[in-house]
Structure formats: C-alpha cells, structure tokens
Design a protein around this ligand. Structure first.
Ligand SMILES: [Fe+2]
Length: 340
C-alpha cells in the first residue's frame, strides 16, 4: 500500500483512512468527520487515530460556511459523527444551527482551557491561531507600534494592508474588540484603519505579507501561521518581515479551531473518543509541527523553530462563544467604517 488516503474535490471529497482501506466505502463502524480544515496536521491526526484505535475515518471536507450547508444537506444520508471547523464565528454559527450535541468528558475538560471550549461541551478547541501585526523591518520600527491601535494610527496613513472585512478572521477580531472596547471605540478603530489602507483589501493573509515584501505597504494584519509557514518555506523570502505581538489592551486576539460531536451522530462515543485523542500530547504536536498553529493544550511541547523564535505572548483570554456571538454586529461596523 503506497497511498493511505487521497484527497478529492473541495466540495465532495471522501477520504477513508485505515490500514486496509483501498476504496471509499463506509462500514457501520467508520467514524464520519465533516471538516472545513484541509491541513497536513489533520490528515496526520486522522491517520494517527486509525493507527491507535483501528477505527477507520471517513472525512468530508467543505470550505468555510459551506460546511454547515453540507452537514444539513447530508444529515440523513450520511450524518457526521464529528464536525470540525475553524474560527469561533463558525463554531458559533454551527452551534446556533443546532449541529452539535452536548458532550461531557473529564479528559476534555481537564486538557482544554475553559476559554477554548463551549460551556456546555458543544465543541472543544483543538488548535489556535493568533491575529498579529507584521511589518517591513526597513520601514517600521517595533517601537512605533502599540497594538491593534497602530493600524489606526495616522502615521500609518496609506501604509496598511489587510484582507476584506467579509473574512471571518477580521470579523472575529472586530467581534473581540467590540466585546472589549465597546461599540463606539471599535467603530472608530475600524474607520481609521480603513482610512489607512495602502490599497483596497484583497487576497488572503499570505498576500498581505507578500505586499509587505513587495513594498506596497509597511504594516499588515494576518494570522501568525501564514507568516510561520512562509518563514519555513525556502521559496519565500520574508527576511524583511517581522511579527509584532499586539499585546496592548485587550491583548493578542487568539482564535480557535474546534471539534464537536454532531447532534445526530451515529457513533457519539467514538466521536468523543476521537476528540479526546485530538487533544492528546501525541495529536496536539501535529498542529504546531505540521501547520504552525498553536496547540489547544497549553502544556504540549513541540518542535517548530519559527514558533520558538516568535516566543510567548500575552493573549486576550476572551472566550470563543463571546467572539462568535458578536459576528453580525462586527460586520455592520465594518460596513459603516467603509472597510470593504
Ligand atoms: Fe487560514
């Protein structure tokens, strides 16, 4: 056997893992996972789970918001056991749609910090990412920066790059700022940031870093792992790019990828076992080592030179449910701010 799994199309891929799986056939005791993640860490996680338990895993992937639609559409024919998605906003949305069951687990409650899980066990964080500032070292000094506020500083007029406001990472950041600062201050911040753009928001987070490298802007807002991946990629030159931890009030915005037992899971006990496995030391190392995310379990040690170099930071411990519940308000503020 040379290839233990193969990834298909974005909307309807079927991945079956298991020592003997040669074809995509779901048996009665196959664990069905619906995920909006598509990272090496996750494929390694599925494989490790199968190795550890002998349970085959079928994975259905759908991007972002489409995952919820996919779960609803497939609800009767092929219901998920586990639902995995990125960002508190999407976890919250999936929960509002009633897609998660309530799970109680001493292992999960002990290993996953309270701010990284749903209060009634609807979902549990498996990894996290920090929303950081990146700057061009030859044009900006770290001493000029103060936190997310810097993006709104008049001294950076015409020098800031960010992706569009419809992106969930920006919506969740603004949701957190609304919760911490209040609507007025958050609105003022968003308006001033929009006034500082070097160009209309476009592309993903990696594109903002490339724009810094190309000299199109001097300061940008991205998730840390895009920088880490580029720094680890010999085809990218980010030697003039530095990460700044926006630790000033309210602290660095940390967002969650999470997994929950599906409401109509056929194998709820197995689903819980999978999520418990995902927060084991063995599995948690995969997120920093293969995707440069942070593990959800703070005590886990791992090998990632770029993350080591970035060092520790002061996170805003705001819980994922609060971040999730402010999404609509955040989008309204962005619209009013003129942040396209
Ligand atoms: Fe991402």
């Amino acid at each position: 056997m040379t290839n233990r799994f193969a990834l298909g199309l974005v909307l309807a891929p079927l991945v079956v893992l298991g020592a003997c799986s040669q074809e995509a056939e779901t048996s009665d005791d196959t664990l069905v996972i619906y995920s909006s993640r598509h990272y090496d860490s996750d494929y390694a996680l599925y494989e490790a789970f199968t190795d550890a338990t002998g349970v085959e895993v079928e994975v259905v992937e759908a991007d972002g918001d489409l995952l919820i639609e996919r779960v609803k559409a497939d609800g009767d024919s092929n219901p998920p056991d586990v639902i995995i998605t990125v960002d508190s906003g999407r976890l919250w949305k999936a929960d509002q749609e009633g897609l998660f069951a309530s799970t109680s687990s001493d292992i999960l409650n002990q290993r996953v910090p309270a701010s990284m899980r749903h209060p009634d066990g609807h979902w549990y964080g498996i990894s996290s990412r920090a929303r950081v500032l990146v700057y061009a070292k030859d044009r900006v000094q770290a001493s000029e920066l103060t936190g997310y506020e810097s993006l709104a500083d008049p001294k950076f007029g015409g020098r800031v790059c960010a992706r569009s406001s419809g992106n969930i990472y920006n919506i969740s950041l603004l949701s957190a700022l609304i919760a911490r600062w209040g609507e007025g201050r958050a609105q003022d911040w968003a308006s001033k940031v929009a006034g500082n753009f070097a160009r209309d928001p476009q592309g993903g987070d990696s594109d903002q870093i490339r724009a810094l490298v190309a000299g199109e802007c001097d300061l940008a807002l991205v998730n840390h792992y895009y920088y880490a991946r580029m720094a680890l990629d010999t085809n990218e030159d980010v030697s003039n790019v530095e990460v700044y931890w926006p630790e000033a009030d309210p602290g660095v915005h940390v967002n969650i990828s999470g997994a929950g037992v599906a409401a109509n899971a056929r194998h709820p006990e197995l689903a819980k076992k999978f999520i418990e496995f995902a927060v084991s030391d063995e599995a948690q190392k995969l997120f920093p080592e293969l995707t440069s995310e942070y593990p959800a379990v703070p005590t886990v040690t791992y090998d990632n030179a770029v993350l080591d170099a970035l060092g520790a930071f002061k996170a805003d411990p705001l819980d994922g449910t609060t971040i999730g519940s402010r999404q609509e308000e955040a989008q309204r503020l962005f619209d009013r701010a003129g942040w396209p």
